[in-house]
Design a protein around this ligand. Structure first.
Ligand code: SAH
Length: 290
């Protein structure tokens, strides 16, 4: 059984060590782990209209869709959530995601099972959503983008994810990689991820670990790929060292302004760095939290 979420963080709780941006909109559960699009409107087909009809809404003519769609109801309407997922994947394609393996993986993983019941009807919007403890499930586009970059032109063997959160990205990864280690530093989220992933049938092996992912998992290194789902001012050296030769790491980096950074290990002591999209993520923090 799923645990209830912590109360949603109050706006005042959204300031963190990165402070607020000049726009006065610092990272919060509602806007973190998302892409930051340039100023002004950006042509994104479908972006302006929310998912319609909501999951379950269309199959029950004469009934008004409930404000909160219960998880059981949504599970019973598996077909409906599958359609919502297809639409989500269609939008990802429109937004430049082309890797068929990533698109298939995102089609396969039921994102609505990773969020609180009250948010399940919004699970297939291209948005980050709160998962409790002031953290968020990453925006689908961000997950797709990060994993596409890691998997481009290669098969993924052993992969490390830092910041498992509710376990969604780890589940997607387990469709792409042979072996996944997902580390989470907040005890309640570690347990949430384990619960969420427990009964899920996944093609790859997946282990959720409670600990400080900034230290990596030296006992399981080297990794072919590392995905960091939280932003630090600098990518921890320990993680760079745990990349296999030729391995890739993707992470958001920065404070008030962040970018996705792709690092490729080119030799024993050499790494190549590339800056990608502007994003906003929750902070990468040291240590563990009970
Ligand atoms: N991967 C998640 C995103 C979770 S949000 C998804 O599928 O949507 C980022 C997560 O990183 C948070 O749960 C936060 O607690 C965690 N985190 C931050 N610093 C960490 C660290 N040093 N080690 C492990 N997890 C960390």
């Amino acid at each position: 059984m799923r645990k209830p979420l912590n109360p949603a963080p109050r706006p005042s709780a959204t300031t963190n060590r990165f402070g607020r941006s000049s726009l006065g909109s610092g990272p919060s559960a509602a806007n973190s782990n998302t892409r930051i699009l340039g100023t002004g409107p950006v042509a994104r087909p479908g972006a302006s209209s929310p998912l319609k009809p909501p999951p379950g809404g269309s199959l029950r003519p004469g009934l008004h869709p409930p404000a909160i769609i219960q998880r059981d109801a949504l599970e019973n309407l598996g077909l409906s959530s599958e359609r919502s997922r297809e639409r989500m994947v269609g939008r990802l394609q429109e937004q430049g995601i082309t890797d068929q393996r990533v698109l298939s993986a995102m089609l396969a993983v039921p994102r609505h099972l990773f969020v609180d019941e009250g948010l399940a009807s919004r699970a297939y919007e291209d948005a980050a959503l709160p998962i409790g403890h002031e953290q968020t499930i990453s925006q689908p586009w961000v997950v797709a983008r990060m994993l596409s970059v890691l998997a481009e032109g290669r098969e993924l063997g052993k992969v490390l994810e830092v910041g498992a959160g509710c376990g969604y990205q780890a589940a997607v990864l387990a469709h792409l990689a042979r072996e996944v280690y997902a580390v989470e530093r907040i005890r309640g989220l570690y347990e949430l991820a384990r619960n969420n992933l427990h009964s899920m049938r996944l093609p790859g092996r997946l282990r959720v670990v409670f600990g400080d992912g900034m230290a990596g998992l030296p006992g399981n290194a080297p990794f072919d790929a590392i995905a960091i789902a939280a932003a630090g001012l600098k990518i921890p050296q320990a993680l760079l060292e745990q990349l296999a030769p030729g391995g890739r790491l993707i992470a958001p980096e920065g404070g008030a302004e962040q970018r996705l950074v792709l690092i490729e290990r080119t030799g024993t002591a050499s790494w190549k760095r590339q800056e990608l999209d502007a994003v906003r993520f929750v902070p990468l923090r040291p240590g563990t939290q009970y």
